[in-house]
Design a protein around this ligand. Structure first.
Ligand code: AOF
Ligand code: ZN
Length: 363
């Protein structure tokens, strides 16, 4: 491994550890090296707080002069909630800047590099670029489109069943996979389910792992059937938002709002319009959405091309049965040529179960 790769790797590893904590801002790590010695390390901790480079520069102090700074994302050039990092790097007397990838944020997008070069600083872009882009897949989409990066999660038997024909579903996957799901919940700003799940399971939808951050909870409920005594309505652990259709029960809406639940109407007469849901969440600043719906919700999001990533857990079990539900219902495609292709698929093992991640080709 070259020196550049080594230091960038450290910056990437530190940044990656904070996944979910910096939303909607990016994960960014930085390392400053002077005369083959690490003199500063900085990681962006929270949106609105100092950027990674600033933490590293503060740690390095005078040792920044003549040093090389490694940053996983192009230093910023704008006056936002914090100052332009490119200027701070220039002022600190840094000699060389090694960047993993350019900032897709339209207000930066190459301007940071320009500022540095204009000041006579040597700039290298593209070290560990692929990892850096992947690490910020949520930010990269949200900063350009202002709509959330949507991940669809499902857990099924190897024959695709999410319950038996008698609707027994506890449990499909083992403990390790379920913990992995809690970790993923804590890495997203919002989690979404259908009202059927709320009625059947009365879930909390929290991240029950140590240091877990709880996502905002979202329920799709076309007529407002959600029970007023369900945990999502009463527990107060974290906010719950409900999206409904034009066919909702007005008295129920009032009762829910009195209990502190926000209710959003969508444009469809009888169903929740999922396109409206995603757009509204983007407008509210939600950059990442984790869908743990059943087959109908999953199909609605897939059919509308709203899924950016899938995470499927497969338990090595077979349930069988024509009537046993699967994790994508709806009508489905007619021709095999119209099947949704998943690119960059990867399988790993989580405990006894298998985890597949992939990215649906947009149509
Ligand atoms: C971060 N952390 O370490 C870097 C960022 O709202 P502001 O002023 O903090 O600016 C956010 C933008 O700054 C962000 O969208 C990205 O383009 C750039 N870089 N942001 O939060 C960091 N390096
Ligand atoms: Zn910055």
């Amino acid at each position: 491994m070259s020196n550049h790769d080594f230091y960038m790797n450290l910056a990437l590893t530190n940044a990656q550890t904070l996944k979910g904590q910096t939303d909607p801002n990016p994960l960014v790590g930085s390392v400053i090296v002077n005369d083959n010695r690490i003199v500063g390390i900085g990681t962006h901790l929270k949106a609105g707080e100092p950027h990674a480079e600033i933490h590293a520069l503060r740690m390095a102090g005078d040792m920044s002069r003549g040093a090389t700074i490694y940053v996983t994302l192009e230093p910023c050039s704008h006056f936002g909630r914090t100052g332009p990092c490119a200027q701070a790097i220039i002022d600190a007397g840094i000699d060389k800047v090694v960047i993993a990838t350019l900032d897709p944020n339209p207000i930066v997008a190459g301007n940071g590099v320009q500022m540095l070069k204009k000041a006579g600083i040597e700039v290298i872009v593209g070290v560990r670029e692929e990892e850096a882009i992947k690490m910020n897949e949520v930010f990269n989409k949200f900063i350009v489109t202002k709509t959330p990066f949507v991940t669809l999660k499902a857990a099924s038997t190897l024959d695709g069943k999410i319950a038996t024909h008698a609707l027994d579903s506890k449990w499909i996957t083992a403990e390790e996979a379920r913990l992995d799901v809690h970790l993923m919940r804590s890495q997203h700003m919002a989690i979404l389910v259908g009202v059927g799940t709320v009625i059947e399971d009365d879930p909390e939808l929290t991240a029950r792992i140590s240091n877990g951050r709880n996502p905002l909870r979202i329920v799709l409920d076309s007529t407002l059937r959600i029970p007023l005594d369900s945990k999502l309505v009463t527990d107060g652990i974290v906010d719950t938002w409900i999206f409904t259709s034009q066919n909702y029960d007005a008295d129920k809406r009032k009762a829910l709002e009195e209990l502190g639940v926000l209710v959003f109407e969508t444009s469809h007469d009888t169903q929740v319009d999922v396109v409206d849901v995603v757009r509204t969440l983007g407008e509210k600043g939600i950059s990442s959405l984790f869908i743990e719906g059943g087959g109908t919700i999953n199909a609605a999001f897939l059919e509308n091309d709203l899924i950016d990533k899938v995470v499927f857990y497969f338990a090595p079990k077979l349930v069988g049965g024509k009537m046993a539900p699967t994790f994508i219902e709806g009508t489905g495609v007619e021709w095999m040529k119209d099947a949704i292709e998943l690119r960059d698929g990867e399988f790993s093992k989580v405990g006894k179960d298998f985890k597949f991640t992939g990215y649906p080709e947009k149509r």
